[in-house]
Design a protein around this ligand. Structure first.
Ligand code: NAP
Length: 279
């Protein structure tokens, strides 16, 4: 039976560290959160981030805009926040409603306030091995591996998923830690053969029970990034959890695994931004 990697407990520890460091700043760090429209899931995420900010002594400024907001209005707000001395980080909650171009919006955030690490400048630095901000979800995974003394160097790592937010930066961070990395996606053939070679297997697909026990090598570490809903509406990951736990040596639960770590890493990025701004 696999060890359960407790993301919730580790996230609490990271946030306590951030809070202690944030208290030493010459002024309070600030995060601007922009929520366009009324998607209930996005509302939940934004509430969670505001709660984390409170716990870490970070001021959060919320901007709630209607779904039919013109792109020019949103860009004007971001421009104002880019120039605000009280704001260290800017976060635009995705997905955006139709009619707003995510790429244009994300690119308009000043690179030194891009605490989600989505801006091409910051992703470029990341792939060059000189990151300023860390991509929150992959950085949360690395923090878990380190905290549980799971070595990456020299080991076979397989990432399922190649999105700009999760899969690609996840592969980059494992590579930076000297793992030997294979990235799989929807066009990968013989995927089970590849995943069965993994010492560390990260799944970021977004499909319930897409990761079955026969895809996992005995003793592998399984990191389940996904946040899906099962047929009963219950939050779950990609892994067929009970069966995969029987084969893995360690596994992250959903909920309580990667999700809380993602949020904690965001807090760490805001601290980095505040220091960058001389706070
Ligand atoms: P995404 O943009 O939809 O990417 C999914 C990836 O999975 C794509 O690269 C896709 O391949 C690949 N894929 C789809 N079906 C596949 C299959 N049958 N076999 C192999 N690969 C397959 O999603 P995302 O934004 O990366 O998110 C992935 C999951 O992580 C979602 O459940 C999301 O909710 C969750 N998530 C969790 C957190 C957290 O904090 N825990 C943060 C972000 C995202 P192609 O590129 O070929 O289409």
């Amino acid at each position: 039976m696999a060890i359960l990697i407790d993301g919730k407990a580790l996230a609490a520890k990271v946030k306590a560290e951030v809070a202690a460091e944030a208290a030493k700043l010459t002024r309070k760090a600030g995060l601007a959160v922009i929520l366009v429209g009324d998607d209930p899931a996005s509302r939940v995420y934004v509430n969670g981030k505001e709660k984390d900010c409170r716990e870490c002594g970070i001021v959060s400024f919320e901007y709630k805009l209607p779904a039919d907001t013109a792109e020019s209005t949103l860009l004007e707000l971001i421009d104002r926040l880019n120039r605000s001395e009280r704001v260290d980080g800017i976060l635009v909650q995705l997905p955006l409603p139709q009619g707003l171009d995510e790429r244009t919006v994300i690119h308009s955030i000043a690179a030194d306030k891009d605490v989600d690490c989505f801006h091409p400048y910051n992703t470029g630095l990341l792939y060059m091995g000189e990151p300023v901000f860390m991509p929150c979800t992959p950085a949360g995974v690395m923090e878990m591996l380190h905290a549980y003394d799971i070595p990456v160097e020299g080991r076979r790592c397989v990432v399922i998923g190649r999105s700009n937010i999760v899969g690609k930066p996840m592969s980059a961070l494992l590579l930076a830690d000297n793992g030997t990395v294979t990235t799989c996606h929807s066009k990968t053939s013989d995927i089970s053969e590849i995943t069965r070679s993994a010492d560390i297997l990260v799944s970021a697909v977004g499909k319930t029970r897409s990761l079955t026990a026969d895809m996992v090598k005995k003793g592998a570490v399984v990191i389940d990034v996904a946040m899906n809903r099962d047929e009963n509406g219950k939050l779950c990951g990609d892994a067929d959890f009970a069966a995969v736990s029987e084969r893995a040596s360690a596994i992250t639960p959903v909920p309580g695994g990667v999700g809380p770590m993602t949020r904690a890493m965001l807090m760490r990025n805001i601290l980095t931004a505040a220091r960058l701004h001389g706070a």
